[in-house]
Design a protein around this ligand. Structure first.
Ligand SMILES: Nc1ncnc2c1ncn2[C@@H]1O[C@H](COP(=O)(O)OP(=O)(O)OP(=O)(O)O)[C@@H](O)[C@H]1O
Ligand SMILES: [Mg+2]
Length: 229
């Protein structure tokens, strides 16, 4: 038995203030390898807070977060950065591509924070771009790409390190319906290939294609039944 990709036990995150904000309260969650999760909930409910914790961009106030069986509380900042670089892929609503770099360079740059052989960086970037259907736009500048193509570059950049977990925060938020569907189709293929995905979304279409749906309301996390609509 391999360890779950994510194990949360009583995870909480509060932000100081008067009154303090309890953005995530006592969350329990188990994500197994190959799971495809949608995280839904109203604005301000704690979705991004959860994603930042999962992505090791933030630390919980209390509770346990184990990633690939490693208790992340035991890690120092350097080890957390290493784990983030090697095990987590991020995709955001606004694609965060460097405008002055080609698509291949944008994908390659994600490996700057990663140890390992430099020589094959370009080959790995090309392979990731081919994986997302952009093998023909390797040397294109991001400004010449459509929104959907830019997001696919961002997905390629997230995938190039072969992460254990792909985290996406409103990945279709800036895309029209047809383009969103292409991204969802790509996520479905990645899921079929065994990737573990957690996708934050307001969009019921996006939530619909996931395998599991987790809801957050006022910082309280609960899993929805299959017949959730
Ligand atoms: N750094 C911070 N300092 C103080 N409060 C914060 C901080 N980050 C988030 N919050 C608060 O925590 C709560 C949850 O915020 P979060 O960003 O997780 O919501 P969300 O579900 O992602 O919302 P949206 O759908 O609008 O993106 C909100 O009340 C927010 O104001
Ligand atoms: Mg958010």
């Amino acid at each position: 038995m391999t360890a779950p990709v994510v194990e949360l036990v009583g995870l909480s995150r509060s932000f100081p203030g008067t009154p303090p904000v309890h953005a995530l309260r006592d969350a329990d969650l188990l994500v197994q390898q190959g799971d495809y999760l949608a995280i839904v909930g109203p604005s301000g409910s704690g979705k991004s807070t959860l994603l930042h914790l999962l992505g090791l961009l933030d630390r919980p106030t209390s509770g346990v977060y184990a990633l690939d069986g490693v208790d992340t509380a035991s890690l120092d900042d350097r080890e957390r950065a290493g784990m983030r670089a090697h095990r987590i892929g991020f995709v955001f609503q606004s694609f965060h591509l460097l405008a002055s770099r080609t698509t291949a360079e944008n994908v390659m740059l994600s490996e700057v924070y990663r140890k390992g052989p430099r020589k094959q960086r370009r080959a790995r970037a090309v392979e990731a771009l081919e994986r997302v259907g952009l093998g023909h736009r390797i040397d294109a500048m991001p400004t010449t790409l459509s929104g959907g193509e830019r997001q696919r570059v961002a997905v390629a950049r997230a995938l190039v390190g072969r992460p254990s977990l792909l985290l996406a925060d409103e990945p279709t938020g800036n895309l029209d319906t047809a383009t969103s569907e292409q991204i969802l189709e790509l996520f479905r293929e990645l899921h079929d290939d065994g990737l573990t995905l957690a996708v934050i979304t307001h969009d019921l279409e996006v939530a619909d294609v996931a395998e599991r749906r987790v809801q957050i309301r006022d910082g309280v996390l609960s899993e929805l039944e299959r017949s959730w609509r």
